[in-house]
Design a binder for this molecule. Sequence first.
Ligand code: NCD
Ligand code: ZN
Length: 350
Amino acid sequence: MKTLTIRRPDDWHLHLRDGAVLEAVLPHTTADFARAIVMPNLVPPVVTVSDALAYRERIMAAKPETDAFTPLMTLYLTENTDADDVEAGFRDGHVAAVKLYPAGATTNSQSGVRDIAKVQPVLERMAGIGMPLCVHGEVTDPSIDIFDREAVFIERVLQPLRERLPELKIVMEHVTTRNGVDYVKSAERNLAATLTTHHLIINRNAILAGGIRPHYYCLPVAKREEHRLALRAAATSGDRRFFLGTDSAPHLDPLKECACGCAGIFTAINTMACLAQVFEDEEALDRLEAFTSLNGPTFYGLPANEERITLVRHATPIAYPKSVYTADGPITVFNPMFPLHWEMEDHAVG
Ligand code: NCD
Ligand code: ZN
């Protein structure tokens, strides 16, 4: 049987939610991942260090006792964010990064930033202390086509921001376009990108061809095939500027299967199986570890995990659940639309 042993992976962009959903989804991440950058877009958002510490406690209380897992907390940047609070939280090791959501760009982003000039003092402080900014890189201008919002964000917001603050460490999260990949590759330092599992697998046809499929709808929305191919090339290249951020974003099924469904794809359960399959198909299994376990810690200035995990390739496709059941209802699991042969050795998927 073919196996692959790598350092235990981390997830550099994850939605864990709260309450019953947190309880149901968290064990699927802690089974496979050592650390995760935890998104702060709760309702209300995680804005202060004290919000982040309280949320961290709820995560630790929901965590299976036998799993060693470290949540890396983030703060939701608002136009009222206090630079002193951010700095103290970073210096004390309570928060790892700040998240910039342009107001209205995605799920629960109403309290995000409208005018980036207003957050300049916080960003300057972060640049001074080496604290990373995680960016949801899409403009919200309704006159910009939804498929172009990432490319326009780079031009209008990201490039000017990097010119103003070249010392600020920025993660362009869930990059979905060739433009995003090329932009990250053009930067020598202080810029990296996360790539999601699902954007390596689906293009926009998955959402729209043959019927509207809400479980493939997420933000940034999947783009054309040429973009998916650029993302796969970046992920499997070994380039240190690209690493895994699953953006696993669970929503209860009724909130997705309706007239105005929410954005988000739930991949926490089968991400490692999907990625091993993608890297095998690209003949790049030897670079999976860089993507899932090395490049992220390097950018964040953290040590790589010492512990190893083993992925096993089975001759017959593995089974994984179609849904996860929470006390509030079911959540559909990402279906990559191809058979998965890989499995984490010490845990049956699901
Ligand atoms: C995320 C969510 O549901 O919180 N949705 C998504 O489609 N990725 C928000 C986000 O990361 O954009
Ligand atoms: Zn996200």
